[in-house]
Design a protein around this ligand. Structure first.
Ligand SMILES: *[C@@H]1O[C@H](CO)[C@@H](O)[C@H](O)[C@H]1NC(C)=O
Ligand SMILES: *[C@@H]1O[C@H](CO)[C@@H](O)[C@H](O)[C@H]1NC(C)=O
Ligand SMILES: *[C@@H]1O[C@H](CO)[C@@H](O)[C@H](O)[C@H]1NC(C)=O
Ligand SMILES: *[C@@H]1O[C@H](CO)[C@@H](O)[C@H](O)[C@H]1NC(C)=O
Ligand SMILES: *[C@@H]1O[C@H](CO)[C@@H](O)[C@H](O)[C@H]1NC(C)=O
Ligand SMILES: *[C@@H]1O[C@H](CO)[C@@H](O)[C@H](O)[C@H]1NC(C)=O
Ligand SMILES: *[C@@H]1O[C@H](CO)[C@@H](O)[C@H](O)[C@H]1NC(C)=O
Ligand SMILES: *[C@@H]1O[C@H](CO)[C@@H](O)[C@H](O)[C@H]1NC(C)=O
Length: 310
């Protein structure tokens, strides 16, 4: 009993500052006024590739990370959700089959109860918005949409940060994701060996229910698959593309531990996903209220936690 209580308490201390914070964050995430997002007033239009190459307009396919050694290292933006995907998928929301519902369809969800455990990174997608902090960080949810990302925060696993290419100079609407697979929190959330390429390919593997042969990929590799959540079914076509990133370890964050004898820290390939909605719920437009599905004792415990004697 005592140890169960200690365990639950330490879980809460790590994951849950307050109910209010989680709610606040939920609102923030869907607010167009969040400072890490820019509102674009030019009409969206994606070229046939589905995105604009950030390098063509002063941007970069590597993120900006504070305090790297040596300074100036970044992490690869190694997945792009094409601007030629269905309009609904490109909207950053969980309702109406939006981006966050798509991520849930392959078990990736917002951070542990809205708390941000990792450090912020920034990126310049060459769309005229300049360098922006990440829109959000999304984690593998261990098949538990409500609490699974708390497990990921503690035990490590797949995660990604993302940015939306929507500035006036290159408004494709494409989503750029920096994905990787990290070690547990106790190890300081370093990236596992080959963790950028594997982080990318495990996401693609989960979307397509295929084991992706990371070391054999080329710029002609393609995959496809379907995933579902909340009554929406998504059909995803994946194309691995070269020329956006270099095949190198130089300038890549954690390159010494991430590179292997058979692979550079980044292999130079970006997975480009075109996503179409093939099925919708009969009465789409339902809004899920967060916390409603939680067990009552947990809600009470969280609500009363500050008032309980130690
Ligand atoms: C961006 O993130 C950094 C921390 O890495 C923070 O100091 C800064 O305030 C953030 N900027 C905005 C506009 O949110
Ligand atoms: C799905 O994701 C999990 C967690 O990242 C990973 O362990 C697993 O290998 C992935 N599955 C495939 C088929 O890639
Ligand atoms: C990768 O290619 C090599 C050589 O063509 C082959 O022997 C190996 O089975 C392939 N591995 C995978 C996982 O497809
Ligand atoms: C694919 O990669 C090869 C080098 O491995 C390169 O010569 C070729 O131009 C690339 N093709 C495309 C379409 O990027
Ligand atoms: C690849 O590296 C070369 C030489 O360092 C650099 O000029 C080029 O911009 C890099 N390309 C990409 C796509 O980062
Ligand atoms: C890693 O990249 C360098 C260029 O930076 C290249 O010479 C080397 O062959 C690559 N190694 C592997 C294992 O791909
Ligand atoms: C890692 O990147 C730095 C530049 O940021 C470079 O000086 C160093 O040689 C790279 N290390 C490896 C193992 O590639
Ligand atoms: C990266 O470069 C190495 C060395 O040239 C090569 O063996 C490997 O196939 C390249 N990787 C990709 C994905 O093109």
């Amino acid at each position: 009993m005592a140890s169960a209580r200690t365990c639950l308490l330490s879980f809460l201390l790590i994951c849950i500052p307050t109910f209010a914070l989680a709610l606040d964050d939920h609102q923030r995430a869907s607010s167009p006024l969040h400072p890490t997002k820019s509102i674009s007033h030019s009409p969206r239009s994606a070229p046939s590739e589905g995105y604009y190459n950030p390098l063509s307009n002063g941007g970069s396919m590597l993120t900006f990370v504070d305090g790297t050694f040596p300074p100036g290292q970044g992490e690869p933006l190694n997945i792009i959700i094409s601007g030629n995907s269905d309009e609904a998928v490109l909207v950053d929301q969980e309702t109406d089959g939006g981006l966050r519902n798509y991520w849930l369809s392959f078990d990736y969800a917002g951070e542990c109860l809205g708390q941000h455990a990792g450090s912020q990174q920034a990126a310049n997608l060459g769309d005229g918005n300049g360098i922006l902090n990440e829109t959000d960080e999304i984690r593998y949810d261990y098949n538990d949409a409500q609490l699974g990302t708390c497990t990921e925060t503690i035990e490590g696993g797949g995660h990604f940060r993302y940015w939306i290419q929507n500035g006036a100079k290159a408004n494709s609407g494409a989503i750029f994701m920096a994905s990787s697979y990290e070690l547990p929190l106790t190890d300081g959330h370093d990236i596992v060996s080959n963790g950028y390429n594997l982080g990318r390919d495990w996401i693609i593997g989960n979307i397509t229910q295929t084991n992706i042969p990371t070391l054999n990929l080329t710029n002609s590799s393609t995959y496809s698959g379907t995933t579902s959540y909340g009554g929406y079914t998504y059909s995803t076509s994946v194309k691995y593309v070269s020329g956006l990133l270099n095949n190198t370890s130089i300038g890549i964050n954690h390159n010494i531990t991430v590179q292997t004898s058979s692979s550079n820290a980044t292999d130079g390939l970006v997975a480009v996903l075109e996503v179409k909605i093939t099925e919708k719920p009969a009465n789409s437009g339902d809004h899920l209220v967060p916390f409603l599905g939680w067990p009552l004792p947990l809600i009470l415990f969280i609500a009363l936690h500050p008032f309980l004697a130690p």
